[in-house]
Design a protein around this ligand. Structure first.
Ligand code: AGP
Length: 614
């Protein structure tokens, strides 16, 4: 999820680059940098943290130049650091390159380049690209990039400048979006048109394996090819007019980041599995397991420490790991764990779960665990976050930046990651056999199943219309769906400000049933599983007292329809995977209720995306 912006024209390049990078802020980033060419040669300035830091760093530089590129980095490989920030430069600091994507054969390329004498300063995959361009540069930058990319496997959106071919930017794409912006006597390149909308609305989206040469006079493109004639064609005929406002583009046309992130879940679920399941679907590979094999093989107890939504995901993990791994697992509120002098024995693993990787209570619980000799692991979304760095090993979710304060796509990715860990540990003890392959197969079907649910969003929107004025809600579930009841209630209360409680359904008769009236809507997650019959009984208890029941049920279950007021169906899946599916309608219900109530969905009152204070 990195951001790229470049300019060539008659204006001062730096203000344009900085403005563009600020436009890309919403994508999330941990470092940024610019490179520009002027009569003195190539200049490259980078910083860790906010664009504001980069802006301040540049104030000290006499920056004159009319050709340049900029980059915001959302780390996927290699910690956020100055060395790993883009742009990357060649051995002689005459060529600078920015990249969005993953170079899959970077290890091999790096080794051969080092053998040829190239010196690397970062541990990113991207740096191999700029050294390849250096290797093939003999005065023509487009030729050099062409040859370089012909050796690359993976995805890229890339832009490069050179002081020895100073009046141009050369860019290319394969798998990561890249567009060129067309101006009068000036041209732009960007990974996201939001970055250049203040300058031009005329853009051309590059196709895969298309390489573009931008000068202030023109933009020509051709196909990437290692050798032979390359014919470049002027792109002006392909120009499209951008109708959107910037705000819309940052949200890709969605009204709120939360809505966009709910709809990103088919993709984010694919990302958390990417590279971690063998192509034949018979094995799971997690880096943390190879790094910590010995400790993980001797595990006798697992503690999961987390807050909020991450705690709910951890509860699903508890059910899964105990069912399949047969070792004791406890999920602890990090804020309680850190102060209650917990018992931590030998062979105890503590897993800190955190989207931001910066939650103060979870970080403190991790440190407490480490101090007491536990094996510490993390499941985080933000690469290089404090919790991820302080744990001895971990799993990154690669869900991309989650901007909406209410966590959605990360919750489902956390559950998927826990699935992968459960399957891997389960296979390790040799009891899994065929069942593990079936579980892997079911997990791989989940993204498409989520997509099918999202296509029926209108039904949820209609439900929200019916219940938007409710003052209270109850969410009830059993087994794997009990954590989903908690999560559904949290989603509703934190963005619509409706009071909502989640309970194990059987707890209804131990108190909450006193609340049931016709004005108390009750959401039951009532999928066809081992507790289905009991749930039907709980539904009867509510209906007998005039309560309104909304059921999340398994597709094809016609029985339940007669017993409730509304039913929303989700595809059938193995019980441990159901939470990923049953939470989707609850996320959408909370979202639409909040919108109908005029709430600030992305920034709910009193809340922060990352609670870095106690
Ligand atoms: C979830 O929607 C909330 N925003 C909140 O409960 C959040 O899950 C909690 O603060 C933990 O955050 P973390 O995952 O970044 O540690």
């Amino acid at each position: 999820m990195c951001g790229i912006v470049g300019y060539v024209g008659n204006k001062e390049v730096l203000p344009i680059l900085l403005e563009g990078l600020e436009r890309l802020e919403y994508r999330g980033y941990d470092s940024a940098g610019v490179a520009f060419v002027n009569p003195e040669g190539l200049k490259c300035v980078k910083s860790v943290g906010k664009i504001e830091t980069l802006r301040r760093t540049l104030e000290g530089h006499q920056c004159k130049g009319m050709v340049g590129i900029g980059h915001t980095r959302w780390a996927t490989h290699g910690l956020p650091s100055l060395e790993n920030a883009h742009p990357h430069v060649d051995c002689h600091q005459k060529i600078a390159l920015v990249h969005n994507g993953i170079i899959e054969n970077h290890d091999f390329l790096r080794l051969s380049l080092e053998k040829e004498g190239h010196h690397f300063v970062s541990n990113t995959d991207t740096e191999v690209l700029v050294h390849l361009v250096e290797k093939y540069f003999h005065g023509d930058l487009s030729d050099a990039l062409n040859r370089a990319l012909s050796e690359v496997e993976g995805a890229y959106g890339v832009a490069v400048v050179s002081q020895d071919d100073p009046c141009k930017i050369v860019a290319a794409r394969f798998g990561s979006p890249l567009a060129v912006g067309l101006g009068e006597g000036e041209h732009f390149v960007t990974s996201d048109v939001a970055a250049i909308l203040n300058h031009t609305r005329k853009v051309v989206y590059l196709k895969d394996r298309e390489l573009a040469v931008l000068t202030k006079e023109k933009v020509e493109t051709g196909s990437i090819s290692p050798i032979g004639d390359r014919c470049y064609v002027d792109v002006h005929m392909r120009a499209e007019e951008i109708e959107w406002e910037v705000d819309k583009i940052e949200k890709k046309g969605y009204r709120h980041f939360m809505h966009k992130e709910i709809h990103e879940q088919p993709a984010s679920l694919l990302n958390v599995m990417r590279g971690r399941i063998d192509p034949d679907g018979t094995n799971v590979r997690l880096g943390v397991f190879s790094e910590k094999r010995e400790e993980l093989e001797g595990l006798r107890r697992i503690l999961i420490v987390a807050c909020g939504t991450s705690w709910h995901a951890g509860l699903v993990g508890e059910y899964m790991l105990e069912e399949y791994e047969r070792i004791p697992v406890e999920v602890e509120y990090a804020s309680e764990f850190r102060y209650r002098k917990p018992i931590i024995e030998e062979d105890t693993a503590v897993i800190a779960m955190s989207q931001s990787g910066e939650t103060a209570d979870t970080l403190a619980a991790l440190r407490e665990s480490k101090k007491n000799g536990a094996i510490t692991l993390s499941i985080c979304n933000v690469v290089g976050s404090t919790i991820a760095r302080e744990a001895e090993g971990g799993i990154y979710l690669h869900a991309g930046p989650e901007i909406g304060v209410a966590s959605t796509k990360v919750f489902t990715s956390q559950i998927a990651a826990l699935h992968l860990l459960t399957i891997l540990l389960w296979m390790r003890n040799g009891r899994a056999g065929e069942a593990a392959s079936n579980m892997i197969k079911a997990l791989r079907e989940v993204p498409e199943q989520v997509d099918s649910i999202l296509h029926r969003e209108k039904q949820i929107e209609d439900l929200a219309q019916l219940y938007k004025d409710s003052e209270n809600f109850l969410y009830l579930g059993r087994g794997y769906n009990f954590p989903v009841a908690l999560e559904g209630a949290l989603k509703l209360k934190e963005i619509s400000y409706i009071h909502a409680e989640g309970y194990p359904a059987a707890e209804l008769k131990h108190g909450p049933i006193a609340l049931i009236t016709k004005d108390m809507p009750v959401v039951f997650i009532a999928t066809r599983d081992s507790t289905y019959g009991k749930i039907l009984g709980n539904i009867e208890e509510v209906k007998a007292r005039g309560g309104k029941v909304i059921a999340i049920a398994t597709a094809g279950d016609t029985d339940i329809r007669k017993k409730v007021d509304h039913v929303f169906y989700i595809p059938e899946a193995p019980e441990p995977l159901t939470p990923i599916l049953s939470v989707i309608p609850l996320q959408l219900l909370a979202y639409h209720m909040a919108v109908l109530r005029g709430c600030d969905v992305d920034k709910p009152r009193n809340l922060a995306k990352s609670v870095t204070v106690e």
